[in-house]
Design a binder for this molecule. Structure first.
Ligand SMILES: Nc1ncnc2c1ncn2[C@@H]1O[C@H](COP(=O)(O)OP(=O)(O)OP(=O)(O)O)[C@@H](O)[C@H]1O
Ligand SMILES: [Mg+2]
Length: 312
Protein backbone atom coordinates (compact mmCIF):
# COMPACT_ATOMS: atom_id res chain seq x y z
CA UNK A 1 0.00 0.00 0.00
CA UNK A 2 1.45 3.40 -0.98
CA UNK A 3 1.72 6.33 1.46
CA UNK A 4 -1.30 8.14 0.02
CA UNK A 5 -3.48 5.06 0.15
CA UNK A 6 -2.48 4.48 3.80
CA UNK A 7 -3.38 8.08 4.64
CA UNK A 8 -6.77 7.73 2.99
CA UNK A 9 -7.58 4.55 4.83
CA UNK A 10 -6.58 6.15 8.17
CA UNK A 11 -8.85 9.10 7.40
CA UNK A 12 -11.68 6.74 6.59
CA UNK A 13 -11.14 4.88 9.84
CA UNK A 14 -11.48 8.15 11.73
CA UNK A 15 -14.51 9.34 9.78
CA UNK A 16 -17.51 10.33 11.85
CA UNK A 17 -19.92 9.70 9.00
CA UNK A 18 -23.02 7.84 10.12
CA UNK A 19 -23.57 4.53 8.35
CA UNK A 20 -25.70 5.63 5.44
CA UNK A 21 -27.65 2.49 4.61
CA UNK A 22 -28.52 -0.21 7.06
CA UNK A 23 -29.38 -3.61 5.56
CA UNK A 24 -33.03 -2.76 6.19
CA UNK A 25 -32.72 0.45 4.20
CA UNK A 26 -31.41 -1.39 1.16
CA UNK A 27 -34.93 -2.69 0.61
CA UNK A 28 -36.73 0.63 1.16
CA UNK A 29 -38.80 1.98 -1.68
CA UNK A 30 -37.54 5.37 -2.85
CA UNK A 31 -38.78 7.66 -5.61
CA UNK A 32 -35.57 7.17 -7.61
CA UNK A 33 -35.77 3.40 -7.22
CA UNK A 34 -39.46 3.09 -8.13
CA UNK A 35 -39.20 5.48 -11.10
CA UNK A 36 -35.96 3.94 -12.37
CA UNK A 37 -33.84 7.07 -11.83
CA UNK A 38 -30.30 7.37 -10.54
CA UNK A 39 -30.26 6.26 -6.91
CA UNK A 40 -29.68 8.91 -4.29
CA UNK A 41 -27.87 8.39 -1.02
CA UNK A 42 -28.06 10.86 1.84
CA UNK A 43 -24.60 10.33 3.22
CA UNK A 44 -24.34 13.62 5.05
CA UNK A 45 -22.50 13.48 8.34
CA UNK A 46 -25.17 14.28 10.87
CA UNK A 47 -23.49 16.73 13.21
CA UNK A 48 -25.42 18.36 16.00
CA UNK A 49 -26.06 21.94 14.81
CA UNK A 50 -24.90 25.06 16.60
CA UNK A 51 -27.57 26.32 18.95
CA UNK A 52 -29.69 28.87 17.14
CA UNK A 53 -33.17 29.61 16.00
CA UNK A 54 -35.46 26.63 15.38
CA UNK A 55 -36.80 25.84 11.94
CA UNK A 56 -40.58 25.67 12.20
CA UNK A 57 -42.23 23.13 9.90
CA UNK A 58 -45.95 22.53 9.41
CA UNK A 59 -47.18 19.11 8.33
CA UNK A 60 -50.18 19.97 6.17
CA UNK A 61 -52.79 18.38 3.93
CA UNK A 62 -56.51 19.16 4.02
CA UNK A 63 -57.18 15.53 3.15
CA UNK A 64 -57.72 13.36 6.22
CA UNK A 65 -55.83 10.20 7.11
CA UNK A 66 -52.84 10.72 4.81
CA UNK A 67 -50.13 10.33 7.44
CA UNK A 68 -49.67 13.89 8.80
CA UNK A 69 -49.65 12.87 12.45
CA UNK A 70 -47.59 9.74 11.78
CA UNK A 71 -45.06 11.91 9.94
CA UNK A 72 -44.89 14.58 12.66
CA UNK A 73 -44.30 12.00 15.41
CA UNK A 74 -41.85 9.75 13.58
CA UNK A 75 -39.88 12.41 11.71
CA UNK A 76 -39.64 14.22 15.06
CA UNK A 77 -38.38 11.07 16.77
CA UNK A 78 -35.89 10.37 13.96
CA UNK A 79 -34.53 13.93 14.19
CA UNK A 80 -34.24 13.59 17.98
CA UNK A 81 -32.26 10.35 17.50
CA UNK A 82 -29.62 12.30 15.59
CA UNK A 83 -29.29 14.87 18.34
CA UNK A 84 -31.80 17.48 17.26
CA UNK A 85 -33.87 19.21 19.94
CA UNK A 86 -37.41 18.76 18.67
CA UNK A 87 -40.73 20.25 19.79
CA UNK A 88 -43.98 18.84 18.42
CA UNK A 89 -47.18 20.91 18.50
CA UNK A 90 -50.47 19.03 18.32
CA UNK A 91 -52.58 21.53 16.37
CA UNK A 92 -55.54 19.28 15.66
CA UNK A 93 -58.72 18.91 17.72
CA UNK A 94 -58.54 15.13 17.21
CA UNK A 95 -55.39 15.27 19.37
CA UNK A 96 -54.11 12.09 17.70
CA UNK A 97 -50.53 13.19 18.11
CA UNK A 98 -51.01 13.56 21.85
CA UNK A 99 -52.57 10.08 21.97
CA UNK A 100 -49.77 8.70 19.81
CA UNK A 101 -47.29 9.98 22.38
CA UNK A 102 -48.99 8.05 25.15
CA UNK A 103 -51.44 10.54 26.73
CA UNK A 104 -54.85 8.98 27.23
CA UNK A 105 -58.01 9.21 29.35
CA UNK A 106 -58.63 12.21 31.66
CA UNK A 107 -55.19 13.72 30.95
CA UNK A 108 -56.19 14.04 27.29
CA UNK A 109 -59.36 15.94 28.21
CA UNK A 110 -57.55 18.37 30.51
CA UNK A 111 -57.85 21.79 28.87
CA UNK A 112 -55.27 23.45 31.16
CA UNK A 113 -51.86 23.37 29.49
CA UNK A 114 -53.09 22.29 26.07
CA UNK A 115 -52.44 24.35 22.96
CA UNK A 116 -56.08 25.49 23.12
CA UNK A 117 -55.50 26.86 26.63
CA UNK A 118 -52.35 28.62 25.46
CA UNK A 119 -54.15 30.25 22.56
CA UNK A 120 -56.87 31.53 24.85
CA UNK A 121 -55.03 32.77 27.91
CA UNK A 122 -52.86 35.73 26.99
CA UNK A 123 -50.91 35.36 30.27
CA UNK A 124 -50.00 31.69 29.63
CA UNK A 125 -46.45 30.94 28.46
CA UNK A 126 -45.85 27.98 26.15
CA UNK A 127 -42.55 27.08 27.85
CA UNK A 128 -44.42 26.33 31.09
CA UNK A 129 -46.43 23.54 29.45
CA UNK A 130 -43.84 21.65 27.43
CA UNK A 131 -44.07 17.89 28.02
CA UNK A 132 -41.28 15.34 27.58
CA UNK A 133 -42.03 12.31 25.42
CA UNK A 134 -40.51 8.88 26.02
CA UNK A 135 -37.83 9.74 23.42
CA UNK A 136 -34.88 11.83 24.61
CA UNK A 137 -34.87 15.23 22.91
CA UNK A 138 -38.49 14.96 21.74
CA UNK A 139 -40.85 17.35 23.56
CA UNK A 140 -44.45 18.24 22.81
CA UNK A 141 -47.42 20.46 23.54
CA UNK A 142 -50.73 18.67 23.99
CA UNK A 143 -53.68 19.11 21.67
CA UNK A 144 -57.29 19.40 22.84
CA UNK A 145 -60.69 18.66 21.36
CA UNK A 146 -61.88 22.23 22.00
CA UNK A 147 -59.51 23.42 19.27
CA UNK A 148 -62.42 22.62 16.94
CA UNK A 149 -64.05 25.80 18.25
CA UNK A 150 -61.07 27.94 17.30
CA UNK A 151 -62.29 28.65 13.79
CA UNK A 152 -65.35 30.40 15.24
CA UNK A 153 -63.63 31.89 18.29
CA UNK A 154 -60.92 33.70 16.29
CA UNK A 155 -63.28 35.29 13.76
CA UNK A 156 -63.39 38.76 15.26
CA UNK A 157 -59.82 38.90 16.58
CA UNK A 158 -57.21 41.27 15.20
CA UNK A 159 -54.06 39.61 13.84
CA UNK A 160 -55.60 36.22 14.51
CA UNK A 161 -53.32 34.56 11.94
CA UNK A 162 -50.28 35.41 14.06
CA UNK A 163 -51.38 33.88 17.36
CA UNK A 164 -49.30 30.70 17.11
CA UNK A 165 -46.27 32.56 15.78
CA UNK A 166 -46.31 34.79 18.88
CA UNK A 167 -46.70 31.81 21.21
CA UNK A 168 -43.70 30.02 19.69
CA UNK A 169 -41.36 33.04 19.61
CA UNK A 170 -39.96 32.61 23.16
CA UNK A 171 -38.95 28.95 22.62
CA UNK A 172 -37.36 29.28 19.16
CA UNK A 173 -33.85 29.35 20.63
CA UNK A 174 -34.46 26.20 22.70
CA UNK A 175 -35.07 23.89 19.74
CA UNK A 176 -33.57 22.95 16.38
CA UNK A 177 -36.86 21.91 14.82
CA UNK A 178 -40.50 22.61 15.72
CA UNK A 179 -43.01 20.40 13.90
CA UNK A 180 -46.69 21.41 13.83
CA UNK A 181 -49.18 18.61 13.22
CA UNK A 182 -52.12 20.27 11.44
CA UNK A 183 -55.76 19.22 11.18
CA UNK A 184 -57.27 18.01 7.89
CA UNK A 185 -58.48 21.50 6.95
CA UNK A 186 -57.11 24.72 5.51
CA UNK A 187 -59.00 26.90 8.00
CA UNK A 188 -57.85 29.42 10.62
CA UNK A 189 -55.73 26.95 12.59
CA UNK A 190 -53.77 25.81 9.57
CA UNK A 191 -53.36 29.44 8.48
CA UNK A 192 -51.91 30.08 11.97
CA UNK A 193 -49.52 27.15 11.59
CA UNK A 194 -48.39 28.25 8.13
CA UNK A 195 -47.93 31.85 9.28
CA UNK A 196 -45.67 30.58 12.09
CA UNK A 197 -43.60 28.29 9.81
CA UNK A 198 -40.47 28.43 7.69
CA UNK A 199 -41.49 25.41 5.68
CA UNK A 200 -44.19 22.89 4.90
CA UNK A 201 -44.13 19.13 4.46
CA UNK A 202 -47.11 17.72 2.56
CA UNK A 203 -47.71 14.02 3.19
CA UNK A 204 -49.70 12.50 0.36
CA UNK A 205 -51.26 9.07 0.27
CA UNK A 206 -50.32 7.21 -2.93
CA UNK A 207 -53.86 7.27 -4.23
CA UNK A 208 -55.23 9.11 -7.27
CA UNK A 209 -57.70 11.50 -5.59
CA UNK A 210 -54.93 12.66 -3.29
CA UNK A 211 -53.08 14.17 -6.27
CA UNK A 212 -56.10 16.32 -7.11
CA UNK A 213 -56.08 17.81 -3.60
CA UNK A 214 -52.45 18.91 -3.88
CA UNK A 215 -53.18 21.99 -5.96
CA UNK A 216 -55.51 23.27 -3.21
CA UNK A 217 -52.75 22.95 -0.60
CA UNK A 218 -50.36 24.74 -2.94
CA UNK A 219 -52.86 27.55 -3.56
CA UNK A 220 -53.27 28.06 0.19
CA UNK A 221 -49.49 28.18 0.65
CA UNK A 222 -49.28 30.78 -2.12
CA UNK A 223 -51.95 32.90 -0.39
CA UNK A 224 -50.06 32.71 2.92
CA UNK A 225 -46.88 33.83 1.14
CA UNK A 226 -48.69 36.82 -0.31
CA UNK A 227 -50.41 37.82 2.91
CA UNK A 228 -48.89 36.73 6.21
CA UNK A 229 -45.58 34.94 5.60
CA UNK A 230 -43.52 35.67 2.46
CA UNK A 231 -40.69 33.36 3.67
CA UNK A 232 -42.80 30.20 3.65
CA UNK A 233 -41.46 27.41 1.43
CA UNK A 234 -42.54 23.92 0.48
CA UNK A 235 -39.90 21.54 1.81
CA UNK A 236 -41.34 18.52 0.10
CA UNK A 237 -44.25 16.30 -0.83
CA UNK A 238 -43.97 12.97 0.98
CA UNK A 239 -45.51 9.90 -0.64
CA UNK A 240 -47.09 7.79 2.09
CA UNK A 241 -48.86 4.42 2.33
CA UNK A 242 -46.99 3.29 -0.76
CA UNK A 243 -47.62 -0.27 -1.88
CA UNK A 244 -44.84 -1.71 -3.97
CA UNK A 245 -47.00 -4.55 -5.23
CA UNK A 246 -49.66 -2.35 -6.83
CA UNK A 247 -49.11 -0.51 -10.09
CA UNK A 248 -51.51 2.19 -8.84
CA UNK A 249 -49.03 3.40 -6.19
CA UNK A 250 -46.30 3.66 -8.82
CA UNK A 251 -48.58 5.50 -11.27
CA UNK A 252 -49.51 8.04 -8.58
CA UNK A 253 -45.84 8.55 -7.78
CA UNK A 254 -45.08 9.06 -11.48
CA UNK A 255 -47.85 11.63 -11.66
CA UNK A 256 -46.70 13.71 -8.69
CA UNK A 257 -43.08 13.45 -9.82
CA UNK A 258 -44.09 14.77 -13.24
CA UNK A 259 -46.17 17.64 -11.85
CA UNK A 260 -43.91 18.60 -8.95
CA UNK A 261 -40.45 17.26 -9.86
CA UNK A 262 -38.50 19.45 -7.45
CA UNK A 263 -40.79 18.90 -4.53
CA UNK A 264 -41.22 15.15 -4.18
CA UNK A 265 -39.06 13.66 -1.43
CA UNK A 266 -36.94 10.77 -2.59
CA UNK A 267 -37.89 8.99 0.62
CA UNK A 268 -41.19 7.12 0.42
CA UNK A 269 -43.18 5.79 3.36
CA UNK A 270 -44.57 2.35 2.59
CA UNK A 271 -47.80 0.97 4.01
CA UNK A 272 -47.19 -1.07 7.15
CA UNK A 273 -49.30 -1.98 10.15
CA UNK A 274 -46.40 -1.03 12.45
CA UNK A 275 -47.59 2.60 12.42
CA UNK A 276 -51.06 1.82 13.79
CA UNK A 277 -49.53 -0.56 16.32
CA UNK A 278 -47.09 2.04 17.59
CA UNK A 279 -49.94 4.58 18.00
CA UNK A 280 -51.76 2.11 20.24
CA UNK A 281 -48.53 1.58 22.17
CA UNK A 282 -48.22 5.39 22.54
CA UNK A 283 -44.63 5.63 21.25
CA UNK A 284 -43.01 6.51 17.89
CA UNK A 285 -42.40 3.59 15.55
CA UNK A 286 -38.66 4.22 15.94
CA UNK A 287 -39.04 3.13 19.58
CA UNK A 288 -41.78 0.51 19.08
CA UNK A 289 -40.14 -1.33 16.18
CA UNK A 290 -36.72 0.26 15.88
CA UNK A 291 -35.40 -2.06 13.16
CA UNK A 292 -38.59 -2.03 11.05
CA UNK A 293 -38.68 -0.58 7.54
CA UNK A 294 -41.10 2.10 8.84
CA UNK A 295 -38.43 3.33 11.27
CA UNK A 296 -35.75 3.18 8.60
CA UNK A 297 -37.84 5.24 6.21
CA UNK A 298 -38.47 8.05 8.71
CA UNK A 299 -34.75 8.04 9.65
CA UNK A 300 -33.96 8.41 5.97
CA UNK A 301 -36.50 11.24 5.69
CA UNK A 302 -34.75 13.02 8.58
CA UNK A 303 -31.42 12.77 6.71
CA UNK A 304 -33.01 13.91 3.46
CA UNK A 305 -34.65 16.89 5.15
CA UNK A 306 -31.33 17.96 6.68
CA UNK A 307 -29.49 17.38 3.38
CA UNK A 308 -32.04 19.56 1.57
CA UNK A 309 -31.63 22.31 4.15
CA UNK A 310 -35.19 21.94 5.44
CA UNK A 311 -33.91 21.28 8.95
CA UNK A 312 -30.60 22.00 10.67
N1 LIG B 1 -47.41 4.39 6.04
C1 LIG B 1 -48.49 3.94 6.68
N2 LIG B 1 -48.88 2.64 6.55
C2 LIG B 1 -49.96 2.16 7.18
N3 LIG B 1 -50.74 2.87 8.01
C3 LIG B 1 -50.41 4.17 8.18
C4 LIG B 1 -49.28 4.77 7.54
N4 LIG B 1 -49.20 6.07 7.92
C5 LIG B 1 -50.24 6.26 8.76
N5 LIG B 1 -50.95 5.14 8.92
C6 LIG B 1 -52.16 4.94 9.72
O1 LIG B 1 -53.22 5.56 9.03
C7 LIG B 1 -54.06 6.27 9.93
C8 LIG B 1 -54.05 7.75 9.57
O2 LIG B 1 -52.74 8.25 9.74
P1 LIG B 1 -52.48 9.67 10.42
O3 LIG B 1 -53.30 9.80 11.65
O4 LIG B 1 -51.03 9.86 10.53
O5 LIG B 1 -53.08 10.60 9.28
P2 LIG B 1 -53.47 12.14 9.38
O6 LIG B 1 -53.23 12.73 8.04
O7 LIG B 1 -52.80 12.77 10.53
O8 LIG B 1 -55.03 12.04 9.67
P3 LIG B 1 -56.00 13.27 10.05
O9 LIG B 1 -56.20 14.02 8.78
O10 LIG B 1 -57.25 12.62 10.55
O11 LIG B 1 -55.30 14.08 11.09
C9 LIG B 1 -53.53 5.98 11.32
O12 LIG B 1 -54.21 4.87 11.86
C10 LIG B 1 -52.07 5.60 11.08
O13 LIG B 1 -51.57 4.71 12.05
MG1 LIG C 1 -53.61 13.84 12.12
Amino acid sequence: MGKNARQTSRLNAKSTLKPTRSPREESLATTADVLGKKLVNFAEPIKTPEAGIARVISVVNQKGGVGKTTTAINLGAALAEVGRRVLLIDFDSQASMTTGLGIKGPALREQYGSIWYLLNDSEAKLEDFILKSSVAGLDFIRGHEDLAAAEAAFVSEIAKEHKLRKLLAPVLDKYDVILIDCSPSLGTLTVNALTASNGVIIPMECEYFAVLGLSLVKKTIQKIKENTNPELEILGILATMFERKTSHSREVLELIDKEFPDEVFDTIISRTVRFSESTVAGVPVTAYASSSSGSASYRRLARELIARGGAK
